[in-house]
Each structure stands twice: as C-alpha cells, then as structure tokens.
Design a protein around this ligand. Structure first.
Ligand code: BES
Ligand code: MN
Ligand code: ZN
Length: 493
C-alpha cells in the first residue's frame, strides 16, 4: 500500500472514498466536527436526521454526488472526545479499512484532524491511522486459485493534515512498519504446515539479510554438535528438516535484547497424540516464531539503536517410529536433565534450549519469549489477553508500558517457586510438566530454570492464535499477536 501525505484539507481530494471521524460531541456543537464547507454540511445532515451519533463503531456512508470531488464519504464514530485514544482510532479505522477493501475501493483518504481531538499528537494519529488501516484491510487469498477477483486491495492511502511535515511523515512510516510486521506475522502463522515448514521460516529469516540482519540457520547436524538435545528430542520424530534460526541485528556495543519464539510448524502432540477435532489449528503453533521474525524485520527497518538477537527453534512435532516417548529422559543445552511426561508439551522442550542458548551466548540485558504454550493459559484468560510471566519487575514494567501504547492487553501471572513441587522428578532434574492445576504457571516455572539470571518475560499466547470473526483491526484469521507489543518495548528502550 502506498502512503501519501497531503498538507491540505480533504475537500480538495479527488478519491473514490474519504474517511472522516466524528466524536459524539459533534451533535452538540458543529465546531466539534472540525469540518468546514460541504463536508460539514454532510456531517450535520446525517446527525440531524438521527442516522449518526458519533458513537464508537458507527459508520455512515454518504455518496457525495458532486458536493465534494471525492465520490464517497465514510463517517466513522469515535465516541466521546476524551476517549479518542490511539487504540480507539485503531479500532474504528480498522473497521473502516475493512469496509473500504470489501467495497473494492482502491484509494482512500483519511482526515487526520479528527484523530487528534482526544489529545493524540498529529504524529501518533498518523501512526495509528496507517497501522490500523494496514491491519484492518489485511486479506490474503493464501492458496486460492479461484475467485481471486474478489481479493481486492486498497492500494493507496492518502493522509490529510495541516500539520504535514517530516515528523508526521515519520509517524506514518512507523505505522507502516508496525502494520506490515503484524501482517507478516499473520501470513506466516495462518499458512498451512505443508507450506510454512521450518525451511520456509528459515528462508523468511534469510530474507532479512538484505536489511542488514545477520542470519544463521542451524540444521539437525549443527544442532547436534552444539548440544541442543532438548530441541532435537522433539525434532527426532519428523522427516521435515528442523531448523534452529539465529538472527542478529544492530551494534553489539548497544544493549542486547533477546527474542525467542516457539515455532512448532505443526503440533500433533507426538506419541501423546492430540484428539483429531480442530487439530488443523495447530498449524499456528509457530506463531511465536513468526512474531520474532516479523519483529526482527521491523527492528531493522526502524534502525533501532539496540543489539537485538532473535532465536527461532523450528520443527514439526510428529508421532513416528523415531519419535521421543513419554518417560524419556532428555539432556538439555543448559546441562539439566528432563523427564518427558507428555510429548504434547513439546513447546517447553524446544524453548528451554533456545533460552539457555541466548542467555549463555549473548548475556542479554533482557530476554522475551513468545509461545502458544498451554491450553491452560487460554482457559484462564481467554482470547483477549496475553498472559505473561516475569522474573524481574523492571522487565514487567516495560511490558505494562508497551501494553498501554500498543493497546495489546496483558496480565501478569504468578511465577512463585512453590509451584516447583509439581515438577519434581524421581529420575531427572525436572519433570517437564506438572499436571493440570496451574498448567500455564508450571510451564513458565519449567522455562525459568533455563534463563540463568537474565531478566526475562515469557508470553503465553495460546489463547490468541486465532481471531474467529472480523473485529476492529483484526480480520478473521491470525491476530498477529504481541508483534506491536514487543516492538513498543524495543522502541521505548
Ligand atoms: N500448542 C499446544 C498448546 C495449545 C493448545 C495452544 C490449544 C493453543 C490451543 C501445546 O504444545 C500443548 O499441547 N500443550 C499442552 C501441555 C500439556 C500436555 C501439559 C496443553 O496445553 O494441553
Ligand atoms: Mn503440544
Ligand atoms: Zn504446541
């Protein structure tokens, strides 16, 4: 999508569609519309007719019939003035973006003036507009060969603001980078397991080399040599070549931050086989890895003044004659031995090696991991909130702050050592699962054994792998969760 800034009012625009936000207070006093001329007349009319109140989520499409040069005007309700936050703008414009795409409109103009009514700076308004428009209009035909003419895309986004300057352009650029990162994550996460293989993820990572990212892809033999035994235990059951992907960006003299993402390209459960119903959703069990690859891309595009390391252990989890068994005792990169209880708890088996590898070889100032780790987390918090665990209040504070700016909801979960009781093993240092009670917590406790003294946060995104219906800036499919959240952590570093 091309993004074009105009230092004019949208009245001059000659586009198929103009999008204009209205707050609820517009009905009390026309000056609250921040519109003049024919656009103000239109807004006043729909309010007078009682067709539109400016409430959140309201949309009114008006055909301009020559009153302005643009063919259509879409008024979007923002709710009360004080509620016009970045997230409100994103949600409302996300819906408008989807409508625009569904209408088959190829160029859309947005007036930024109304976006800043609640106190957002013009730059932040531009960022939110571009970001939400990219996210909301996202629509991928994936592997369809028929009916492709229905897959129209909005090709041009025009932004109108009297404040258009270099800073506003930077805001629009930020919005573009973040929106595209989310869409990249969605595309990879929703891709089927026979296409989005570990090799495909490695290829996506290698593509980042053109942005200056250093990429190393370890295969089975390399991983063997390094002693990534726990990762390989999961990978030993599949014919699909596993990859341990290492990405590195930025100046080593700057603060190092490590990102780790679970990339089980398909989770059958292994020998502890899952039930068949709904198993196809386990194609998204590499969402954590997709988050890390997409975030690395954005970090490089933004040129953040940090040293960021991204690790993505990627493999299928399959039952086969060579698969690991329940009861196996497995060595790990950290040197601890682990008793396997359920081969379906494969995520923590590949993550422990990646976390230990990162903390030992990079000694990061902070480490973040992303994983569709436990059904227990999705039972606890549902589909709206990311549960996270942190061994350090400073890291937790960064997460909370990023949650406020990105609008991605998070909830800190307990990481108390009393839960270790459930992980005691008679034959190894630790069992790798602790039964049903507090399943997300014992999983996090297990991971905590492998991070050394690195300040660390673990995000269990199991509840957020799927968006079931179009909503706000999330179309049906993958939500692309935690991408903007972690990018806000890194931008505010
Ligand atoms: N990938 C799953 C977690 C998952 C389940 C995510 C459902 C989204 C929806 C993970 O590998 C898994 O199977 N976890 C087990 C752990 C258990 C065996 C301790 C689970 O949650 O049931
Ligand atoms: Mn599993
Ligand atoms: Zn899994």
């Amino acid at each position: 999508m091309e993004i074009i800034l105009h230092k004019t009012t949208p009245v001059e625009a000659r586009l198929p569609l103009l999008v204009i936000g209205l707050i609820e207070e517009a009905k009390d006093n026309p000056s609250n519309m921040r519109l003049t001329g024919p656009l103000a007349d239109m807004a006043e009319k729909i309010i007078e007719l009682g067709d539109f109140k400016g409430a959140e989520g309201e949309i009114a499409l008006v055909y301009s019939l020559g009153r302005v040069h643009s063919e259509r005007v879409m008024f979007v309700g923002f709710g009360k003035k004080v509620e016009v936050t970045a997230e409100r703008v994103r949600k409302s414009l996300g819906v408008a973006a989807r409508k625009a795409r569904e209408m088959g409109v190829e160029a859309v103009g947005i007036n930024l003036t109304q976006l800043a009514l609640g106190g957002l700076s013009p730059n932040d308004a531009a960022e939110a507009a571009v970001e939400s428009f990219l996210m909301g209009s996202f629509h991928d035909p994936f592997h369809k060969t028929q009916g492709l003419d229905k897959y129209k895309q909005v090709k041009e986004l025009h932004l109108y603001s009297p404040y258009a300057d270099e800073e506003l352009e930077r805001g629009a650029f930020l919005g573009r980078v973040l929106g595209e990162a989310v869409n990249m994550c969605r595309r990879l996460s929703w891709g089927p397991a026979n296409h989005v293989t570990p090799s495909k993820l490695a290829e996506e990572a290698l593509n980042l080399q053109e942005l200056g990212v250093n990429v190393k892809v370890l295969d089975r033999e390399d991983a063997e040599r390094l002693g990534l035994k726990s990762f390989l235990a999961v990978a030993q059951g599949t014919l699909e070549p596993p990859k341990f992907i290492i990405m590195e960006w930025g100046d080593k003299k700057k603060d190092t931050v490590a990102l780790v993402g679970k990339a089980i390209t398909f989770d059958t459960g292994g020998i502890s086989l899952k039930g068949g119903e709904g198993m196809e959703l386990m194609k998204t069990d590499m969402t954590g890895g997709a988050i890390v690859i997409s975030a690395m891309r954005a970090v490089a595009q933004l040129g953040l003044p940090l040293h960021v390391v991204g690790l993505v252990p990627a493999t299928d989890n399959m039952p086969s004659g060579s698969a690991y068994h329940p009861g196996d005792v497995v060595d790990t990169y950290a040197g601890l031995t682990v008793e396997v209880i359920s081969t379906d708890a494969e995520g923590r088996m590949i993550l422990n090696d990646a976390l230990a590898y990162a903390s030992k070889n990079y000694k990061p100032k902070a480490m973040f991991d992303f994983a569709t780790l436990t059904g227990a987390m999705s039972v606890a918090l549902g589909e709206h909130t990311i549960g996270y665990f942190a061994n350090d209040d400073g890291v937790a504070k960064r997460v909370e702050d990023a949650s406020h700016t990105s609008g991605e909801l998070v909830w800190r979960m307990p990481l108390w050592d009393v839960y270790d009781e459930q992980l005691k093993s008679d034959v190894a240092d630790w069992k790798h699962t602790g039964g049903r009670p507090g399943g997300a917590i014992t999983a996090a406790r297990f991971l905590s054994k492998f991070v050394g003294d690195t300040p660390w946060a673990h995000f269990d995104i199991a509840g957020l792998m799927e968006q079931k219906n179009d909503k706000g800036y999330n179309p049906k499919g993958s939500k692309g969760p935690a991408v903007r959240l972690i990018l806000d952590v890194l931008r505010n570093w």
